[in-house]
Design a protein around this ligand. Structure first.
Ligand SMILES: *Cc1c(COP(=O)(O)O)cnc(C)c1O
Length: 362
């Protein structure tokens, strides 16, 4: 048996929606763009949403909104997908890492204050693997030092914090729709926010800095980019959003089944949390690399998840980071393993992963 690591949940509805856009002739900047944005904003509970070409471009535009100067600092987590730190570098600012908590792998809010300097401009928490960061503590610190909060919610669509959806808790938040995320648009991302002026600026920045007034289409007010999301992608997004409750519920059930089976093995299962949106299923295991090799031999796709950002060659080169700088992150990142996990994974596949893992561990 072969079990893939991830697979998008795409049905006839998405296929039909895409072919309708193709037939309409309106492939970009058509009616699907504002429709997707309005529906997404209303799902998250923000006034505005601005769709962009990827989660990474969304994070980059949020950094632009901060008007960072060279040498400014943004506090973030070293245990994340690399884009959440790279976006700070794009604007010549410095990502300042703060170590994580061992229970949920999120940035440790109790260690943030000691990392704040005169140059700190913002905090960029990542809701890693779909589990919300402790936003109350982060908000208190942000208020005390007058810092902006940018939520990296790329792995956390639908996740909640004290009953409120993530993506509505900071100044600006970013979601991503690559095919391994909970919902997909092929490639894509979206920024959620409540500030109308900033939403208009984002719409201009994603479209070459064009004025959002259509009468001045060729006036470029600011230095912009092509970070647009096509109507084809938006049409997929609209259909995916209609199914999101089903998708998140299915994923929760699958994670529960994994937890029940794996709890008898010598592994650490992810914490179950009602407010979490399940992005990946990541366990911690001794001899991770050996276990991973054996699983792959038996047809079970898996991946070390995630490598520490500060130990990536480019970060070591730029900032001289070394092993031991963020010990909790390193300990976690040396033992974590993502197992096959997606909305339509069937019980048979989960059983196969469990039995294979059991054999390897015995
Ligand atoms: C997926 C992801 C991103 C970026 O998304 P892309 O759409 O691939 O650019 C950013 N941050 C985190 C934590 C992610 O998981």
């Amino acid at each position: 048996m072969k079990v893939p690591l991830s697979k998008p949940s795409i049905g006839e509805e998405e296929i039909k929606a895409v072919s309708e856009v193709l037939k309409s002739g309106n492939l970009s900047l058509g009616p699907k763009l504002p429709e997707f944005e309005e529906k997404f904003a209303s799902y998250i509970g923000t006034k505005y949403a601005v769709a962009v070409s990827s989660g990474t471009s969304g994070l980059h535009l949020c950094m632009k909104l901060l008007n960072l100067k060279q040498g400014d600092e943004v506090i973030t987590s070293p245990f994340s997908f690399i884009a959440s730190a790279n976006c700070i570098l794009y604007e010549k600012a410095k990502p300042v890492f703060v170590d994580i908590k061992e229970n949920d792998f999120n940035i440790d809010p109790d260690k943030i204050e000691e990392a704040i300097t005169e140059k700190t401009k913002a905090i960029l928490p990542v809701h890693i693997f779909g589990k919300s960061t402790d936003m109350d503590k982060i908000k208190k610190i942000a208020e005390k030092y007058n810092l902006a909060i940018i939520e990296d919610a790329c792995e956390a669509v639908g996740a909640k914090y004290q009953g409120k959806k993530v993506g509505s808790l900071g100044n600006f938040s970013v979601f991503a729709f690559y095919p391994n995320k909970q919902i997909t648009t092929g490639e894509g991302g979206i920024i959620t926010l409540n500030d109308e002026e900033k939403a208009n600026l984002l719409k201009s920045l994603r479209n070459q800095g064009r004025s959002t007034m259509s009468s001045a289409w060729l006036a470029h007010d600011v230095l912009g980019y092509n970070y647009r999301l096509s109507d084809i992608s938006c049409a997929i997004g609209i259909e995916q959003l209609k199914k999101i409750d089903y998708i998140l519920e299915k994923r929760k059930q699958k994670a529960k089944l994994y937890n029940e089976l794996l709890s008898e093995l010598d592994v650490i299962c992810p914490e179950f949390n009602e407010e979490k949106s399940w992005f990946v299923y990541v366990i911690r295991v001794k001899n991770r690399d050996h276990v991973m090799k054996k699983l792959i031999e038996k047809g079970v796709a898996c991946r070390p998840y995630l490598p520490a950002i500060h130990l990536q060659p480019i970060y070591k080169k730029l900032f001289n980071y070394k092993e031991g700088d963020f010990p909790v992150c390193e300990k976690v990142s040396n033992s974590t393993l993502a197992l096959p996990f997606f909305t339509e994974i069937i019980e048979e596949e989960i059983n196969y992963v469990y039995n294979t893992l059991k054999e390897i561990l015995e």
